[in-house]
Design a protein around this ligand. Structure first.
Ligand SMILES: *[C@@H]1O[C@H](CO)[C@@H](O)[C@H](O)[C@H]1NC(C)=O
Ligand SMILES: *[C@@H]1O[C@H](CO)[C@@H](O)[C@H](O)[C@H]1NC(C)=O
Ligand SMILES: [Cu+2]
Length: 159
């Protein structure tokens, strides 16, 4: 194959990748539309898509409990993840894995992270935000995909 054809093929592969292969929360389930290509270059933070209100699935979690946050990862980008709890206005209220580093940087195919919800923090409607770096697309690691789930954190599962 000539280098022109090879370059064209590479470019096509990159385009295909851009439009199809990134990250989406599966538990708690992502807000709809649950696209897997929402990033900090082409979409607005903190979630890439707005809160759709009543039509969004809301997952109820128990205060202080541990859960496996799971996500579909269509391509093993370099870099790590962060998981944050946001209030209904999109402000970070708890950085569950810390705010100043990235987790799972050494495991690019990981699709699950156990987290423990903060003691005493309840909300009727808040947001679990997953951020996933695509570090090969930015020298500073600042290219990230995000996916959000609408959640409620209650003292017990019985409402
Ligand atoms: C998370 O998943 C791992 C692997 O399956 C399991 O060992 C662990 O108990 C799970 N944690 C919770 C809180 O369910
Ligand atoms: C969100 O913003 C509105 C308007 O500024 C404010 O009234 C409300 O208290 C805020 N909610 C939270 C959870 O901070
Ligand atoms: Cu991707």
């Amino acid at each position: 194959m000539g280098s022109y054809a090879a370059t064209t093929l590479l470019f096509a592969a990159a385009l295909l990748h851009l439009s199809s292969a990134h990250v989406r929360l599966t538990f708690p389930p992502a807000r709809t539309p649950n696209y897997d290509f929402l990033d900090n270059v082409r979409t607005g933070g903190p979630c890439g898509v707005p809160d759709a209100g009543e039509s969004d699935p809301v997952t109820t979690l128990v205060v202080g409990s541990s859960l496996n946050v799971s996500y579909h990862l269509a391509y093993p980008h370099r870099g790590g993840i962060r998981i944050n709890i946001l209030d209904s206005n999109g402000t970070i209220v708890h950085a569950l894995l810390g705010l100043d580093s990235w987790r799972l940087e050494d495991d690019s195919t990981a699709f699950r992270q156990e987290v423990t919800l903060p003691d005493g923090f309840v909300c009727d409607r808040c947001v679990l935000q997953l951020m996933r770096q695509a570090a090969e697309w930015s020298a500073t690691g600042g290219y990230i995909f995000w996916s959000c789930a609408d959640i409620s954190i209650q003292n017990s599962m019985i409402l």
